[in-house]
Design a protein. Sequence first.
Length: 291
Amino acid sequence: MILPSLSSLRTFITAAQLESFSATAKALHITPSAVSHQIKQLEERLNCRLFERVDNKVYLSEDGQRYYQQVNSALELIEQSSQSLFDKSQQKQISLSCVPLFATRWLIPKLSHFNQSHPGWQLNIHTSTQALDLDSAKIDVAIRRGAGSWKGLDSVLLYQENLTPVCHPEFVTSALSLDNLSSAVLLHNENVLSEWEEWFLSVTKKRYSLDVIFQFQNTSQIIEACLEGAGFALIDPLFVKELLQTGKLCTPFTISAPSKRDYYLVYEAKKTQDDKVSLFRSWILAQLPTS
């Protein structure tokens, strides 16, 4: 005997539970005639009557009741087994939200090492600078730039920034000084518009009134603008190391100052001992000495 199709068994189970072909059709998003046709084919294949029809209602026959109990148990077992395999595959997936600059300039070049160190694990990377809501976004771990304190979250310091002005080589002249830099075109990050002012105050002990001509959503965009000669960027040389080495960008001053914002690994406090969090935290912290 050829086994019934899963779709016909699903229709049978639903009809047995709802005791109505029209209600079954609505539940399965098919026509009532399609339900009747599938049930009829199933009955012909099994050579028995599964339902008794009374007015607009259908009721399981004696054979139908026995068949329902056995088939329903079998389908539940299939569903449980399938869900178990799916859950197992999900256990080896880590969802990471990372600020764009750190992702492209630091993390991505190290991904081959992650793959070699943890074969079979999948790292899903989303770039964002938005506020953290890890639970609702189904994010396991995040990398953010800030002061290190986020409500309800634990954080581990990854990298302390030291900022210095960076520019296109054509901007480097003997006449360039910190004073006339303050009147140059400075590229601002809209999330931290005070950063240039903080830097000038730190290195010169003076407060400058700075014009904001260009502002960008993130530092990755600022680097691209800087490469096109749009103005001066304030950045840690680590993140533009190759561009500095190839001469596409320059650091006109040897002066740098610690940033008030550093890079942190962030995760929900309740998940400190979670396997995914522990694995990624151990891996990324082991990468820091080679930065």
